[in-house]
Design a protein around this ligand. Structure first.
Ligand code: MN3
Length: 235
């Protein structure tokens, strides 16, 4: 099941990839997130689970040449336009590829203590405090039934932050910018934590790359509008 090293290559953000989709190397070593995420789990998660989603996505899109120039984001945005014979495969494996590619960048061996700048201001405004936000996000992750993801996203229309509960490999919908995402499939934690998902969620907070989340917010969420609202609220 494991992927030969040669098939792992640098590639653009999965959302921008077109067929054939590729598995990016992790931006850190497999043991770099110890003790919070153990080496064995991370290796299996990336080189077996994530790699399999990429492989199955490629197998599906290989059958339809007309889809091969579309980016992964485009394929997932318009699932009704995907031929019925591969729609579920694209949804599940494309979503799996996109979410994992995002998840790896949410984690870092050298985390900051918390958010700063505009993102910190908006989190404080919407949730009361960063601790309150963490508690809400953790509760959503612990309560998620069966396999899925929990994400923090900025809605570009309502200009609100939202905690999203995503089933299976549902992705952050168009119109929202994902800032954080947490994998709560059992394969993400079972080797080390078994059924103790809340311990894994606590460990996650020791690895969050808040700098990256802040950049995503600045770049993608119309943060000027968010910021002006946060500034007004403080005056
Ligand atoms: Mn996973």
């Amino acid at each position: 099941m494991s992927v030969p090293r040669s098939q792992i290559s640098p590639a653009p953000d999965a959302a921008l990839q077109t067929y054939p989709f590729t598995l990016r190397d992790l931006p850190y070593a497999y043991d770099a997130l110890e003790p919070h995420i153990d080496q064995k789990t991370l290796q299996i998660h990336h080189r077996n689970h994530h790699a399999t989603y990429v492989k199955k996505l490629n197998e599906a899109v290989a059958k339809h040449a007309d889809l091969q120039r579309r980016t992964l984001a485009e394929l997932l945005q318009d699932l009704e336009k995907i031929p019925a014979d591969i729609r579920k495969a694209v949804k599940d494996n494309g979503g799996g590829h996109l979410n994992h590619d995002f998840f790896w960048t949410v984690l870092t061996p050298r985390p900051a203590r918390g958010p700063t700048g505009a993102l910190a201001a908006v989190i404080e405004e919407e949730f009361g405090s960063v601790d309150e936000f963490r508690k809400k996000f953790s509760d959503a992750a612990a309560a998620h039934f069966a396999s899925g993801w929990v994400a923090l996203a900025a809605d570009r229309h309502s200009r609100k932050l939202e905690i999203l509960d995503l089933k299976d490999h549902e992705v952050v919908p168009a119109g929202k910018t994902g800032l954080l995402i947490l994998d709560v499939w059992e394969h993400a934690y079972y080797v080390k934590y078994q059924n103790r998902r809340p311990e894994f969620i606590e460990a996650f907070w020791n690895l969050v790359d808040w700098g990256h989340a802040g950049e995503l917010f600045e770049r993608g969420a119309g943060s000027r509008r968010f910021r002006s609202r946060a500034t007004r609220a403080r005056v």
